[in-house]
Write a protein that binds this ligand. Structure first.
Ligand SMILES: [Fe+2]
Length: 186
């Protein structure tokens, strides 16, 4: 989507070759992994780490990752008194920001959309279980797993404090469709 025309999708595709090519234009790498066995939605950290150990070791060595952890986003029970209340955790990631180190995520189960703002466009990259995304440091982006998130991902960090988000005061994220908006128009 052009940064000044959020409603205009220039390319919308699930063709992996096209996705890889488009992302490479902005220096982003994308790959799809296969686990040795299927990971259940409620799997604990050690089960996930064990299932993907060889992949994790490979990515860590390639990117110089010192820290690997697992992030989860799941639906919080709705407060019956405040049904419209948004999850503050979701709102935080919905603001445009960047990091001083590469953003490397592997989605284990569920789905999340990375909005990558580079070269005058916003690339909304929907990642689902098995997808690895490597985004260069200082690339402006935001993230949405939807109003009812189901997202578990392995995160790779080069430094302990590398994940600190630097928020942009002129974030354009509000002007763009959320993940739920995008899925509703599929
Ligand atoms: Fe981020």
């Amino acid at each position: 989507m052009p940064e000044d025309a959020p409603e205009t999708a220039k390319v919308r595709t699930d063709d992996l070759d096209v996705i890889r090519k488009e992302l490479l234009r902005i220096g982003v790498r994308f790959a799809r992994w296969h686990a040795a066995r299927r990971i259940p939605a409620g799997a604990d950290d050690s089960t996930i780490m064990k299932a993907y150990r060889s992949h994790i070791d490979h990515v860590s060595a390639e990117g110089g990752s010192q820290v690997v952890d697992i992030a989860r986003m799941t639906s919080a029970p709705t407060d019956p008194d405040r049904p419209q209340q948004r999850d503050p955790g979701r709102d935080k990631f919905l603001t445009e920001h960047f990091h001083d180190e590469d953003l490397v995520r592997f989605v284990v189960v569920g789905a999340g959309c990375f909005y990558l703002h580079a070269a005058g466009h916003v690339h909304a990259m929907l990642c689902t279980g098995g997808d690895l995304l490597c985004v260069p440091s200082r690339t402006a982006h935001w993230f949405d797993a939807g109003a009812r998130p189901s997202y578990t991902a392995i995160r790779f960090f080069q430094e302990d404090n590398g994940c600190a988000a630097r928020f942009l005061p002129d974030s354009i994220a509000d002007r763009f469709p959320t993940l739920d908006d995008l899925l509703a128009t599929t």
